[in-house]
Design a binder for this molecule. Structure first.
Ligand SMILES: [Fe+2]
Length: 376
């Protein structure tokens, strides 16, 4: 039986972010607490201690304001000559999603190369660049590269390197009992989601780079939401056009609060079209995800749950349009968050640290273009 939406336990924050401990103020203390992992691991063996997460309970931001996004992939040179020069190597991981690149240094790209990066990633959905110096740059330099693609998103609940709230940290240090606690109430770690899709302008071209990883395990899975749309019958496609779904950040904020974590910005709920058009490729993607999509606007409860459950199951079981990225030291993965969903995979029990940093510039407000009748 297909699970109802209410039963789907997927929540991004439970998979990828270390859970903050409850702040217990000392008697007479009035200063907001700052939790720093470095204080808990004074002799840390982390390769990049400057990237260890912190949570500042005094840090608050007002609601995000609209901003005009410039899509750099639009009109970029499709020969990719500035991105993939002679001597570099690109290889497809699967026919419709995922490529791996060797021989390119992302930090050295010209603006033309960056434009082509946005287009390549929109086309291939996710691209792994090996042997990068990204993690070794000063954090502000990494942010400057990411900031080319849009306004930095500051995550409402996740940990960040101190002084750099625009960087979202994914961290597991292999502490005792972590695996058992995680699986105490679930069978699988797979939690498909598109990052912060509850925002009015969710992120587009997204960078995730590894700082420490298990020797084996902790891969990230991606699903091609364009191909998920393409697989549907014309009748279902046509019906989905014009429908919107709600995406909610409330549960993520509540989860953080319940664990004594931070909520830097009040949570929001936004409605987005279920079929979204990509501004650079013109491709249509199924824009729902089990992490944040809650209901279909205008449908009754049972109808909304049944249709969403169908769509989310369709996405989650589509291993024929999914790719799995294996991390290696100095890997930077760039994906287009508008046309993919992803899931961390928590499958290692060796106690090794998994530490990654994410930079995610916001993109345009999701929009749809009319259904087009397909020729046979
Ligand atoms: Fe994520």
């Amino acid at each position: 039986m297909a699970p109802s939406v209410a039963q789907i336990p997927d929540r991004e924050q439970t998979a990828s972010v270390v859970v903050p401990v409850k702040a217990v103020p000392e008697s007479g203390e009035t200063k907001p607490k700052i939790r720093r992992v470095i204080d808990e691991e004074p002799n840390t063996t982390a390769s990049y201690p400057n990237y260890l997460p912190t949570w500042d309970h005094g840090e608050k931001y007002p609601p995000l304001q609209p901003y005009e996004h410039v899509e750099h992939g639009k009109g970029a040179d499709p020969t990719f000559k500035d991105l993939l020069p002679e001597g570099s190597k690109i290889q497809k991981l699967t026919p419709t999603i995922g490529s791996e690149v060797h021989g390119v240094q992302l930090s050295k790209l010209s603006d033309a190369g960056k434009d082509q990066l946005a287009l390549l990633v929109a086309q291939r959905k996710v691209v792994a660049f090996r042997d990068q110096d990204f993690a070794d740059l000063p954090i502000k330099d990494a942010l400057e590269i990411g900031g080319y693609f849009g306004r930095h998103h500051i995550h409402p609940t996740s940990g960040a390197p101190e002084g750099h709230p625009e960087v979202h940290i994914v961290y597991r240090n292999g502490s005792d009992g972590e695996v058992e606690a995680f699986f105490a109430n679930r069978n699988s770690s797979v939690q498909w989601h598109s990052d912060v899709s509850y925002e009015q302008q969710p992120p587009g071209t997204t960078f995730l780079y590894v700082l420490d990883q298990p020797e084996v395990g902790g891969d990230t899975a991606f699903v091609n939401q364009v191909e998920a749309y393409n697989r549907l019958s014309p009748a279902i496609k046509e019906r989905l056009h014009g429908l919107k779904a709600t995406h909610s950040g409330v549960e993520q904020a509540d989860f953080s609060k319940s664990r004594g974590g931070v909520v830097r910005r009040e949570p929001v709920i936004n409605e987005h079209p279920i079929v979204r058009t990509h501004p650079a490729t013109g491709e249509k993607a199924l824009y729902v995800n089990s992490g944040f999509t809650r209901s279909i606007v205008g449908l009754k409860k049972e109808e909304s749950e049944a249709l969403l459950a169908f769509l989310l199951n369709h996405i989650s079981r589509g291993i024929d349009y999914q790719a799995r990225i294996r991390w290696a030291p100095k890997t930077v993965v760039v994906w287009d968050n508008r046309v993919t969903a992803h899931s961390a995979i928590f499958d290692w029990t060796s106690g090794e640290r998994r530490h990654l940093a994410r930079i995610q510039p916001q993109a345009e407000r999701p929009y749809e273009t009319p259904y087009e009748v397909e020729s046979k």
